[in-house]
Design a protein around this ligand. Structure first.
Ligand code: 28F
Length: 641
């Protein structure tokens, strides 16, 4: 009897906990937009990955179902279903208790640590329904919840058994609650990219993906036997490589460190950091430890083999990393993160561990691979030479231009100086630029027309980049300088516009220009993206004008198809926009400039793998995948209100 009372009390607490999640979902999953939505899948997948890390699961499957739900299953041991001391099956407690991991006094079990370590119960609380099937002890056990509340009766305190099974594993099927999420359609591109990333970080694990939502099933299988080395190869697959991928691993203070890097014939560094399989967009201590130690090791080599003479100054860290692509993955028993977004690792011991591994392992490799050593040092020399030559040019260029606000011929600036209200549209082509200048609200909207193709900064040296007229104009207009490997002159607090809006045609060329611009921002002004200032305008493809009633803008062919289906018997005129240049100023205002009616997509580069895919897909010459990519992302466009 006492036990039952106890359970009732507990179950009230449980419901209150889940209610809290439903009241403030953003606190638990970041947001209720598309990003938060996909996060639900990652939380569940992370639990399965933990089971892999524990050594019991080698296959995880993710299915996007026709009804909009998602199924995740693994072939691990199955979540324990035995009666817990509180009088409920352990599985049910996992799905209804916040911080379940901690409550079991078994913190060490949780290594991949979902976003805030509250995984399963948060997903449950935010799902219209969630079904769990556990195959264990020869039986299939079933549990079911609605909006986090159990929706199935226990049988003598146990989960109902719905079948027999020799094998073991856990399957979870859930439907995000439309009352909570603004958007309930998962982004397949993002899920796939995340699964592929997980496969690279966990060689030996197979990730299967199926999208059953539209028409025929689409399947992908990710299995990356070469792990981080394969990841680095993939990141560099379109570059001219100067070394083989170099791999090292080690352990220190209970932290496991794995590093793979490779040099390419380019002028920037691309270093990705992971802690417990989670990408750290803002890096952190594991990266700084690696960088500092690697700089020391390589400067020592440079002196030893005479690349640096006694009187020479050391190479800077950026010199040494110029051309480096690296992935650093640490497994930490108690990760801490810094800042609002929790994307920067903060544990000092992770820095020491990464430094120790590099200091011990890098010489093992370079002592035996002199060619690689020479390639790295000659890349550093080249970078140092350019740095010195350009420090002068750069200083004079920036001091001359830093505050020349209105002297720029092409920029049609706005009147307001209140950055929080101002917007700048980067418009492709002179004719669209002209219309936009007429159409805009000059109080707070600035127009910067750009001509022709933007320089591909991935392939250009810094002097060429700074000499490029369009890029110079952008740097001066934005007002916050730029950052490159040799020092950071970028100051986001000086940004003159809250929104920087890329306005290009909704065709392949437009997408190409958009990507070149994004690549520029990503490499040289990344905070513009991470702080959420970059947007892409999504102009409509069609306008339908019915005989009676209001005209309507349609943004893609699906919308047109839907419109046709809804207005089968009615006559309407159909106007097709080929490009921004064809719209008159009024149309341009209504479709692209007016905050009340326009559509903007905010650019987020939280996912390193995805951004590399974007560059890969959009920079490549393959037109078909590029079109698919644009299509898929265009459909996920969110209204900016
Ligand atoms: C589709 C999502 O969530 N898989 C999981 C396991 C296995 C165990 C476990 C999970 C013990 C009581 C805390 C099994 N046998 N896939 C998953 N597989 N959780 S989640 O244990 C959880 C702890 O609650 C498991 C022995 N030990 C652990």
């Amino acid at each position: 009897m006492a036990k039952k009372d106890n359970y009732d009390e507990n179950s009230i607490q449980v419901l209150e906990g889940l209610e809290a999640v439903r009241r403030r979902p953003g606190m638990y999953i970041g947001s209720t937009s598309r990003k938060g939505l996909n996060h639900l899948i990652y939380e569940i997948v992370d639990n399965a990955v933990d089971e892999h890390l524990a050594g019991y699961c080698d296959r995880i499957e993710v299915i996007l179902e026709k009804d909009g739900s998602c199924t995740v299953s693994d072939n691990g041991r199955g979540i324990p279903v035995g009666m817990h001391e509180k009088g409920v099956p352990a599985e049910r407690l996992v799905y209804t208790t916040l911080h379940a991991g901690g409550k079991f006094g078994n913190d060490a079990y949780k290594t991949s640590g979902g976003l805030h370590g509250v995984g399963s119960s948060v997903v449950n609380a935010l799902s219209a329904y969630l079904d769990v099937l556990v195959k264990r002890d020869g039986a299939i056990h079933h549990d079911r919840f609605r909006r986090g509340r159990p929706d199935i009766d226990l049988v003598n305190g146990f989960l109902p058994i719905v079948g027999r099974a020799k094998e073991t594993g856990t399957t979870v099927n859930f439907l995000p609650d439309p009352d909570i999420f603004e958007i309930t359609r998962f982004s397949a591109a993002e899920v796939k990219s995340r699964l592929h990333e997980t496969a690279y970080l966990n060689p030996g694990l197979t990730m299967a993906f199926t999208d059953k939502r539209d028409g025929e099933e689409k399947k992908e299988l990710y299995h990356e036997e070469d792990g981080l080395v394969g990841y680095v190869r993939e990141l560099n697959k379109n570059a001219e490589c100067l070394t083989e991928p170099i791999y090292m691993r080690g352990r220190d203070e209970g932290i496991q460190v794995e590093i793979a890097f490779q040099y390419v014939n380019e002028f920037h560094e691309n270093i990705l950091g992971y802690c417990n399989n989670i990408y750290n967009a803002d890096g952190g201590t594991h990266l700084t430890g690696f960088k500092t130690a690697f700089t020391t090791v390589m400067n020592n080599y440079a002196r030893e083999i005479g690349v640096l003479k006694e009187k020479d100054a050391n190479f800077t860290g950026a010199d040494i990393r110029s051309g480096m692509t690296a992935v650093i993955s640490v497994k930490h028993p108690d990760p801490r993160f810094e800042g609002q977004t929790k994307t920067k690792l903060d544990n000092p011991d992770a820095s020491r561990a990464a430094a120790k591994v590099v200091t011990e392992e890098a010489p093992h490799y370079f002592d035996r691979n002199i060619e690689a050593l020479k390639a790295v040092l000659s890349s550093a020399e080249k970078s140092a030479r350019i740095r010195k030559a350009e420090e002068k040019t750069k200083n004079s260029l920036l001091s001359r231009q830093k505050y020349s606000f209105d002297t720029n011929g092409k920029l049609a600036n706005c009147i307001s100086r209140d950055a929080s209200k101002c917007e700048i549209f980067i418009v492709e082509g002179d004719s669209a630029g002209g219309s936009a200048k007429t159409a805009r609200d000059r109080n707070y909207q600035a127009i910067l027309p750009i001509r022709g193709k933007i320089l591909n900064v991935e392939k250009a040296s810094i002097d060429k980049i700074l000499a490029n007229a369009e890029i110079k104009t952008m740097i001066t207009s934005f007002g916050c300088g730029f950052s490159e490997g040799y020092g950071n002159d970028f100051d986001i607090s000086k940004l003159r516009y809250d929104k920087i809006i890329i306005m290009a045609d909704a065709d392949v060329d437009g997408a190409h220009i958009g990507t070149l611009l994004l690549t520029l921002f990503y490499r040289y002004m990344p905070e513009l993206i991470t702080e959420g200032h970059i947007y892409v305008a999504m102009p409509p493809l069609y306008k339908v004008i019915p005989q009676k009633g209001e005209g309507e803008y349609l943004y893609d062919d699906r919308a047109l198809e839907r419109y046709r289906n809804r207005h089968k018997r009615e006559k309407f005129a159909l106007q097709r926009y080929k490009g921004l240049g064809e719209m008159d100023p009024d149309q341009l205002w209504e479709t692209t400039l007016d905050p009340k009616t326009r559509r903007l997509r905010r650019i987020e580069i939280g996912d390193a793998k995805l951004s590399s895919d974007i560059t890969e897909i959009l920079m490549g010459t393959d037109v078909p995948p590029r079109r698919d990519f644009i299509y898929e992302h265009a459909r996920d466009a969110e209204l900016d209100v």
